[in-house]
Design a protein. Structure first.
Length: 173
């Protein structure tokens, strides 16, 4: 049984939801899993494996993610670890892999940590869950990218089967 830490950098709580789903999948396979937010990470030493999930906000991962990685890079590199990115861009088939997702490629070019296990998941579009400014910005981006713009739209673009596969990769890491 591994001691696994899942860290989320989540704005509206959806990346946290994915981490909690992973926790359930991994716990069912006799793994001990702790989920925490990027702002409340415990000491990494007791954990055998560390995985980070981060959402995209206004076209980028949050600066605190890169600060955390820089501060803990040696620990992240000393044990099995990985990273997944969550975005609405990943709803598109040609942008839903680490190799084809612009945000993942941007992360890899900006991060000093180069995790071996990478994944990209589609996010959650919930216009009613956003403040007025975010709702209008996201509607504009969706209009540009030919996505749904109806202000009552609420849709999960996450491929949960892909999340299940990622859980298995975590176990095998």
């Amino acid at each position: 049984m591994s001691q696994i830490l899942l860290i989320h950098s989540s704005v509206h709580g959806y990346t946290q939801k994915i981490c909690e789903y992973l926790q359930n999948q991994l716990t069912e396979q006799d793994q001990h899993v702790t989920v925490t937010s990027l702002s409340d990470v415990p000491d990494l030493a007791p954990f055998d494996k560390v995985f980070i999930g981060a959402s995209i906000r206004h076209g980028k991962h949050r600066p605190a993610l890169y600060q955390f990685i820089e501060a803990h890079r040696a620990e992240l590199e000393s044990k099995p670890s990985g990273f997944f990115s969550v975005s609405l861009v990943a709803r598109k088939p040609h942008k839903n892999t680490p190799q084809t997702n612009t945000y993942m490629q941007q992360f890899l070019s900006q991060s000093t940590w180069k995790p071996k296990l990478l994944q990209v998941f589609g996010g959650n579009l919930d216009y009613q869950g956003y403040g007025a400014m975010d709702r209008n910005i996201i509607r504009f981006i969706m209009w540009l990218t030919k996505g749904p713009t109806d202000p009552n739209t609420q849709v999960e673009y996450t491929d949960w089967h892909k999340v299940d596969q990622f859980a298995q990769q975590i176990i095998e890491a």
